[in-house]
Design a protein around this ligand. Structure first.
Ligand code: GLC
Length: 489
């Protein structure tokens, strides 16, 4: 046998054994509620095991990739049970009506949910609430379980969530205003206001609610629901226009931005609605964007946009179809160009650049976990890679042949990232996150056998090696609108 051939065979069998052991670890993360498997705990092992840490709970956001994995495996009953338990836990109380819990755990006979009242900093997770309709819709579409979507409890849950998010506000904008720490970044990082990830999730969530309401509308038309549908569609249109106008940057838009007038009063056409001064445009942006790169910035607030790059929000903007196909390709160019920052030794950095020592003190309240280059502050999270991978693979399927040189490079980048994880993650016991400017060091307080690290790897493996077309599962809108432009299950 030729040497090359035997090397390939070795690689192949190593890959198979890593995948098999990841599957084994993943199965151990599954827990039951009321006698049936409901989903996964956040991590199997952590430094503070035995203390009151909450990594042994079932987190909604950590279970997003878990549910996708289970859907791909056809284990629909678990996903349905998860959705039903979350729905049962959706808050009905006066001040939080409509929100879904960050996490839950069964203790004896009781199901205990955390809406923020038990977590460090006492912050509730807005992303968890927004993910629920997305998961629900993707479950209904993949499993064909229309009856679940039509269930009164599900439709009422959707209404409660819509009542919570689609209401008048002091800002009068289509975005959701949230406190610091309201999503995956759940420790202070100066991400209050309208952070990208939350707004993109709002977009995906509203689209999913519309699909779920559409199904009920065909089944039992109702005037009130029709009004809610129309309202949601208007909100969606305004939200998308708002994000594309105020968050999307390229080298061209930055030139315009730097020369815009400031201090504009009145109703007339204003080009600088947020009164952003040229001085706030950071110096690193020029080299980062280069000529043909683009991305959605992290946040827009009066006078203080957040130009940091957030990987998850940008990847989701592709998957949910919020940004256009040419914009997606500009984003891919940006990732390629800044590979050393975003990928380095462990894909993917959560946000870039990190806050420096001074900013860290002021903006995080000296949070030791979020020290420069650590954790949420420029740390590398392997669980984020499959989101970018899916965005690239979905783009390839939906726009075959467009800029094939670029897409070829992106495909190679994914292969390289996958190979990196294949070698590193088992050695580092499937750690939660990695620190340092190149993401080489296992995070100081990283949990090991972290569920979304394991399952994120399995998802990418599935898409690259087993069934690429399954990436369609993650797209909220189906590939071809059927006659009449409506989704048919
Ligand atoms: C950390 C992460 C959060 C995650 C939780 C459980 O708090 O910041 O996003 O949900 O751990 O894994």
């Amino acid at each position: 046998m030729a040497a090359g051939e035997s090397r390939t065979r070795d690689l192949h069998s190593r890959e198979e054994s890593v995948v098999a052991s990841a599957r084994g670890h993943f199965e151990r993360t599954l827990v039951q509620v009321r006698g049936a498997v409901v989903g996964s705990v956040a991590a199997m092992e952590h430094p503070s095991s035995g203390e009151a840490a909450n990594y042994g709970e079932v987190f909604l956001r950590d279970n997003v990739p878990v549910m996708f994995h289970l859907l791909l495996e056809g284990r629909f009953a678990i996903v349905r049970h998860f959705l039903a338990v979350c729905l049962e836990l959706q808050s009905r109380s006066d001040q939080t009506r409509g929100i879904f819990p960050t996490s839950f755990v069964e203790q004896g006979e009781d199901l205990i949910a955390d809406y923020g009242q038990r977590s460090i900093g006492r912050i509730s997770s807005v992303d968890a609430s927004l993910w629920w309709p997305v998961l629900c819709w993707l479950y209904v579409r993949r499993s064909g379980d229309r009856a679940f979507a039509l269930d009164t409890a599900v439709q009422e849950g959707v209404q409660r969530l819509l009542d919570l998010v689609l209401h008048p506000s002091f800002e009068g904008t289509p975005v959701l205003f949230v406190p610091d720490c309201a999503f995956m970044i759940d420790r202070p990082m100066d991400v209050w206001g309208a952070p990208l990830e939350v707004e993109v999730l709002l977009f995906g969530s509203l689209r999913s609610c519309c699909h779920l309401m559409d199904l009920a509308q065909w089944d039992r038309p109702c005037g009130l629901r029709q009004k809610r549908l129309e309202r949601s569609h208007r909100w969606l249109r305004d939200l998308r226009a708002y994000l594309l106008k105020n968050y999307w940057v390229t080298s061209k838009t930055v030139q315009v931005l730097r020369r815009r007038p400031t201090e504009q009063y009145g109703d007339d056409q204003h080009v600088n609605a947020f009164n952003v001064q040229a001085q706030v445009v950071p110096a690193w942006l020029q080299a980062w964007l280069e000529d043909r790169g683009g991305y959605l910035i992290g946040n827009m607030r009066t006078g203080r946009p957040d130009f940091r790059f957030y990987s998850l929000g940008n990847a989701l903007a592709c998957l949910f179809g919020l940004i256009t196909a040419p914009q997606q390709r500009a984003l891919f160019r940006l990732v390629l160009r800044n590979r050393q920052d975003l990928i380095a030794e462990m894909p993917l950095r959560i946000c870039h650049p990190p806050l420096d020592a001074e900013e860290w003190k002021e903006k995080t309240g000296s949070d030791p976990k979020n020290w420069t280059w650590c954790y949420h502050n420029g740390g590398h999270w392997p669980s984020l890679l499959w989101y970018l991978g899916s965005a690239v693979l979905l783009h390839e399927r939906r726009h075959p042949g467009s800029d094939s040189a670029l897409m070829e490079q992106m495909r190679q980048l994914l292969e390289d990232c996958y190979a990196l994880q294949l070698t590193q993650l088992p050695r580092q016991r499937w750690a939660e996150y990695f620190d340092g400017p190149t993401g080489t060091w296992v995070g100081q307080q990283a949990r090991t056998y972290q569920t979304w690290t394991l399952v994120g790897f399995l998802l990418l493996h599935h898409l690259l090696r087993i069934e690429p077309k399954d990436v369609e599962l993650f797209a909220i809108d189906p590939l071809l609108p059927p006659p009449g432009g409506r989704t048919v299950l």
